[in-house]
Ligand binder design. Structure first.
Ligand SMILES: [Zn+2]
Length: 263
């Protein structure tokens, strides 16, 4: 399997909060894709910043998943969160509800299996040998947004924030390792997997915001043009709608990351 990856910041004015990395070791390997949650204006209790957090967490995750194949991905996530929390517990308020946090996609493949783990709104696509594409997508944030839309406008932001890492809300990888038990995790026979792709929501816009094609079409684009081409097409679509009216979205452009694992 060969790995191709692309990461693009939303623009030149802010550091990128997406992270993508992968290791290929002959017939096996692992990938990590994270999307750091942009901190609020009022601060997040951390003096390091979200880019520091995602780079630390991403590095710890890649090491844990690639070097310890006997450790389940949920345990890899719990260990990596614990390690990063320990690196700034003495200087930062990790109980802050907006302590640096991220969405997570992990995948690890061997000759026999493909393991996956997904948390929050980044997506893993699993392509089967017949060309079918199965998205692994954690819908809890989407469900919470729908619940927020039922409130009066003035209450929506605070209501959604109250659901962040709440028991009935949407989990993200922050400073609490027990969140790993709430991730979507599973294993697929390697025989049923021809290729994999991991995408942050800045890249899944191609399908879920701009409707340029379904997951199968997106995967075909990755296979023919690579992750760079996908991100270029997203930026092109964003440029056609600079006011976000035709295609409603929170930011004109978002950090975007895409990793393709294919023969
Ligand atoms: Zn910190």
């Amino acid at each position: 399997m060969h790995v191709r990856a692309a990461v693009r910041p939303a623009g030149p004015s802010r550091p990128c909060e997406d992270f993508a990395a992968a290791l290929s070791t002959g017939d096996g390997g692992a990938l990590v894709v994270l999307d750091g949650v942009t901190p609020p204006v009022g601060g997040d209790g951390c003096s390091h910043g979200v880019p520091w957090f995602v780079n630390r967490l991403g590095g710890a995750l890649l090491e844990a998943t690639a070097r310890r194949p006997e450790v389940p991905l949920t345990e890899c996530l719990a260990r990596a969160i614990t390690r990063v929390a320990a690196a700034h517990r003495a200087t930062c308020d990790l109980s802050h509800p907006r302590t640096p946090q991220a969405t997570v996609v992990l995948a690890r493949w061997s000759e026999r299996t493909v393991e996956h783990l997904v948390l929050c709104d980044s997506v893993l696509l699993i392509r089967d040998p017949e060309g079918g594409v199965r998205p692994v997508h954690d819908a809890r944030l989407e469900t919470c947004r729908a619940r927020a839309r039922e409130r009066v406008a003035a209450e929506r932001v605070a209501f959604l924030e109250g659901l962040r890492n709440a028991p009935d809300g949407f989990p993200t990888a922050a400073a609490d390792p027990t969140v790993a038990d709430r991730a979507l995790a599973g294993t697929t026979s390697r025989k049923r997997v021809s290729a994999l792709a991991a995408l942050t929501d800045g890249a899944t816009r191609w399908t879920d915001t701009f409707a340029l094609g379904d997951w199968t079409a997106l995967f075909d684009l990755l296979l023919t043009g690579g992750p760079e081409r996908l991100l270029e097409e997203v930026r092109g679509a964003e440029a056609t709608d600079p006011t976000c009216r035709a295609f409603p979205r929170g930011k004109v452009s978002d950090d975007a990351a895409a990793v393709l694992v294919a023969p």
